[in-house]
Design a protein around this ligand. Structure first.
Ligand code: Q46
Ligand code: ZN
Length: 306
């Protein structure tokens, strides 16, 4: 197969585009897909300060790499989840990446800074690990961005992730979640804007980007992911994509263009009820925010503002 752009031998095939790319043209293709997402969804401008949530996995490291390559003011945020050897290894890989690029890395460590880790905290709070983890991440990303004066938080969710989340939300017709599913969540009511610049790139493309660019990333899945519904949705969509390339992109972008404007008002109505949580000051729609409730159960201590 030849590179679609320069006709040199291709090293990566992207089936949904029915195209191959050589190494330099593939890197350019990834940068263009990110630039198009940033511009098309008005994610941020050249002067904005961006906090990239990095986990040590391929997507977040590739995202940070691409944003730095494109000249954006992008710092990293690493959250130590206290998941044994998996967290030790992912923290090490992330620090190495930052050091090699002389990029700034902000770190928050759940056990040291908040007094709980995901496995024991989730069990104490009687929550599924990924639910406690997702809640902690959402809260702490926002807090770190507010405290650091960042304009926007960028996460490494790719096309496959977003299509799988959409699939799950559609299976349950969860209108509140569907209303919030968008590559840009606005910054208002105490929330910093959140963006997903990899929405136009698939999982295989991000792995290929890291391999070609020599980016070391944690290959193992998080040990808490086993049995996670999200993985099942991804597997189902992969089967469809295998026989019908482009289905995932059509599913996701069809939703964003045609359905999202119809369901977004549901989420907007919810945002109007936001007020600061008395425990931590972060915005919430309930009396005490879900994060403070989680921390209280996980540590036995009320309030999380310190
Ligand atoms: S890190 Fe956290 Fe994931 Fe591990 S505990 Fe679940 S949500 S699987 S992205
Ligand atoms: Zn709170």
């Amino acid at each position: 197969m030849k590179c679609r752009v320069c006709r040199e031998p291709a090293v990566v095939e992207v089936r949904r585009h029915n195209a191959g790319f050589c190494h330099p043209c593939f890197v350019k293709h990834c940068c263009e897909a990110v630039t198009r997402a940033i511009g098309g969804y008005q994610m941020f401008g050249p002067d904005d300060r961006i906090l990239v949530a990095v986990s040590g996995g391929k997507d977040s490291l590739a995202l940070w790499d691409i944003l730095l390559r494109l000249g954006y003011r992008a710092d990293g945020l690493y959250l130590g989840l206290g998941i044994g050897a998996y967290s030790d290894e992912s923290g090490h890989i992330t620090r190495e990446f930052a050091a090699r690029r002389e990029a700034r890395l902000v770190e928050v460590d759940l056990p040291a800074d908040l007094g709980y880790d995901i496995p024991t905290g989730a069990a104490a709070a009687r929550r599924a690990p990924c639910s406690a983890c997702g809640l902690s991440k959402r809260h702490l990303f926002n807090r770190a961005a507010v405290e650091g004066g960042y304009d926007v938080v960028a996460t490494g969710h790719n096309l496959d992730d977003e299509a799988a989340v959409l699939f799950g939300n559609v299976l349950r017709w969860d209108l509140a979640y569907l209303g919030r599913q968008h590559p840009v969540l606005p910054g208002e009511g105490g929330f910093v804007r959140k963006v997903k610049p990899l929405v136009r790139l698939g999982e295989r493309e991000m792995a290929a980007y890291c391999v070609l660019e020599g980016i070391d990333y944690i290959v193992e899945e998080c040990p808490m992911a086993a049995g996670n519904r999200h993985l099942g949705y991804k597997a189902a969509l992969n089967e469809i994509e295998a026989t019908s390339p482009g289905s995932k992109a059509a599913f996701l972008f069809g939703f964003l263009e045609r359905m999202s404007p119809l369901v977004a008002p549901t989420a907007q109505a919810e945002r109007e009820d936001l007020h600061p949580c008395p425990g931590c000051g972060e915005p919430t729609v309930s009396e005490v925010c879900a994060f403070c409730k989680l921390v209280a159960k996980a540590t036995g201590v009320e309030g999380t503002s310190t």
